[in-house]
Design a protein around this ligand. Structure first.
Ligand code: NAP
Length: 301
């Protein structure tokens, strides 16, 4: 099976700009503000219905296209239960057209579908194969998954030409660490992206978190973003506030100590700590993989 290369450029991308529930003209402004503030990785999805605006902001920017990393997520295939890769392929192509970009850096399958629905496995296979074809064509640079369990990832081995998936994008923050799945992904060399990385600011008055913020002279959001980076995840954070947008990127000037990382780790509530309803309903990681240090492979293969 062929592995896609991860370049140093991708490695340099540290925090992604979330774009869920930002649309219209506000979305163009938002992405432009994000790029001006130094963000170079933008996360969108078909269901966010803002692909056109994101594409416009990227095209209008004076930053070279190759210095911006656009992540998109396909989901429409599952609603239609595609019986052929062509349907999934058409859906992904329509996304690329809406973006108005000649390529997408990373296309993810947004979610694995409902395991109780016996057409979901077929939809996963067909969608993956369609994305593989787009990689072959060069209009998608790399492909991955989101909200996949270890079992869903292993299933890919039965038919994938490209394995492992480059990324698994998951809800990850101290209250929802998905440890077994996270460890499994690291074992497989899968780049972990952490969505809702600051848990939608819902723990901003958590006493111990506030104490850490005081100790490091940072905001609670900055502590959570730094935590995510030190876990070697790529945090995806959304902020429509300019002040937050700037502050969230200022996290390189401090390091959370080992003991404080352990403290943050101790807040895990497993699935109960999830703020994403999708996860609460469907995700149960069953793999008992050993925890091994994970490094992004920066060599061309
Ligand atoms: N793959 C998936 O299934 C999936 C699921 C969910 C999300 N995502 C992606 O992940 C992105 C981020 O996740 P999310 O939007 O759910 O949650 P999040 O980024 O953890 O939190 C966003 C919320 O936090 C607030 N906020 C941001 N910075 C702040 C700061 N410094 N101080 C105080 N409040 C702050 C924002 O308000 P303000 O705007 O006022 O700053 C917003 O209400 C999404 O936009 C999307 O791109 C992917």
């Amino acid at each position: 099976m062929r592995r896609l290369a991860v370049t140093n450029f991708i490695r340099a991308m540290s925090i992604a700009l979330g774009t869920e529930k930002v649309s219209g003209f506000e979305c163009i402004n938002y992405v432009q503000r994000g790029l001006a503030a130094g963000y170079r990785m933008i996360d969108t999805a078909q269901v966010y219905r803002n692909e056109e605006e994101i594409g416009k902001a990227v095209r209008k920017s004076s930053i070279p296209r190759e210095n911006i990393f656009v992540i998109n997520k396909i989901s429409s295939g599952f609603k239609k239960n595609p019986s052929s890769p062509k349907e999934a392929s058409d859906s992904a192509r329509a996304s690329i057209d809406r973006l108005g970009l000649s390529y997408v850096d990373l296309f993810l399958i947004h979610q694995p579908g409902n395991d109780e629905d016996d057409t979901a496995a077929d939809a996963r296979r067909v969608t993956w194969q369609a994305l593989e074809d787009l990689v072959e064509e060069g209009i998608v640079k790399s492909i991955g998954v989101s909200n996949y369990t270890a079992e869903h990832i292993l299933e890919l081995r039965q038919f994938a030409k490209i394995y492992p998936p480059r990324v698994n994008q998951l809800e990850l923050h101290p209250w929802c660490q998905q440890r077994k799945l996270e460890s499994f992904c690291r074992d497989q060399g899968i780049w972990i992206q952490a969505y809702s990385a600051i848990a939608r600011n819902s723990h901003s008055s958590h006493a111990e978190l506030c104490a850490l913020a005081n100790k490091y002279n940072k905001s609670t959001a900055q502590i959570l973003i730094r935590y995510s980076l030190q876990k070697v995840w790529t945090p995806i954070v959304k902020s429509t506030s300019l002040a937050h947008l700037h502050a969230n990127s200022q996290v390189d000037d401090f390091t959370i100590s080992k003991d404080d990382m352990k403290l943050l780790d101790s807040w895990d509530k497993k699935m109960e700590g999830s703020i994403c309803m999708y996860l609460k309903k469907t995700l149960v990681a069953k793999i008992n993989g050993p925890l091994v240090p994970w490094l992004i492979n920066t060599t061309e293969e």
